[in-house]
Ligand binder design. Structure first.
Ligand code: DC
Length: 227
């Protein structure tokens, strides 16, 4: 079976970009699990629900039709009840609410089941927060990608600027720190490295360097770890 690769870490560490590039180089599928929590958030915003109400959130996650397709360039295309919401899930209002959705146990149960089903097929790179610790504990390779808070805020800000959204670095630091706090302090599957994860601090590294490091580790591992 082709390898399963888990890439976890805090917001803005570059996980999605790295995971997609690794999947492409190794000929594996790519699943952005954060996008799934984002799609539930979009559904909740449209219905005007109370994001503190866990029962409503869980019912919503169970009820919506969430589908992930793969574009030719390896991007995930996310469909919510048949509508392509790939762009919508990246809006700032979604950023502000998604941690509240992701901390809800009922929502996680539904999402994790879908993710495990994809993981069971093998040959996949999955990025998220709990992939190595919960979704694919049996993954052949686990990485925990991080960077300093300021660097992560800088990267996220640059991404948003490219889309025409202007936020100050201070605002970005605040937003990311708030998300990190909810993600790492929640009761169910908090953000933390798996015991057997390789930790990569990318503060001083380029995306290409991180991708090369992961690809080399996986390739060496497949060769029996003796090269
Ligand atoms: O990686 P991202 O920014 O798209 O993640 C969106 C939110 O979903 C973030 O608050 C963390 C949460 N998340 C999670 O709890 N578990 C995952 N496997 C992926 C994302």
């Amino acid at each position: 079976m082709k390898p399963r690769i888990a890439i976890d870490g805090p917001a803005g560490a570059g996980k999605s970009t790295v995971a997609r590039a690794v999947a492409k180089e190794l000929g594996l599928a790519y699943l952005d699990t954060g996008a799934m929590y984002r799609a539930v958030t979009v559904a909740g915003l449209r219905r005007g629900i109370d994001f503190e109400d866990e029962e409503v959130l869980a019912a919503l996650a169970a009820e919506i039709d969430l589908a992930v397709e793969y574009s030719d360039d390896g991007q995930n295309i996310i469909f919510l009840n048949g509508e392509n919401v790939t762009e919508t899930i990246r809006e700032p209002v979604v950023n502000r609410h998604v941690s509240l959705v992701a901390r809800c146990p009922g929502v996680r149960a539904v999402m994790v089941e879908k993710q495990r089903e994809i993981g069971r097929r093998g040959g996949v790179v999955m990025d998220g927060r709990d992939i190595g610790t919960n979704v694919m504990t049996e993954a052949e390779f686990k990485f925990y990608l991080t960077a300093s808070l300021t660097e992560r805020a800088r990267r996220r800000r640059a991404e948003l600027l490219a889309k025409g959204q202007t936020l100050t670095l201070e605002q970005m630091i605040e937003e990311i720190a708030a998300r990190d706090k909810i993600d790492s302090e929640r009761e169910v599957s908090p953000l933390r490295p798996a015991d057997d994860a390789i930790i990569i601090d990318s503060t001083e590294m380029t995306i290409d360097e991180v991708v090369s490091l992961i690809v080399a580790t996986v390739t060496r591992g497949n060769a029996g770890g003796n090269t």
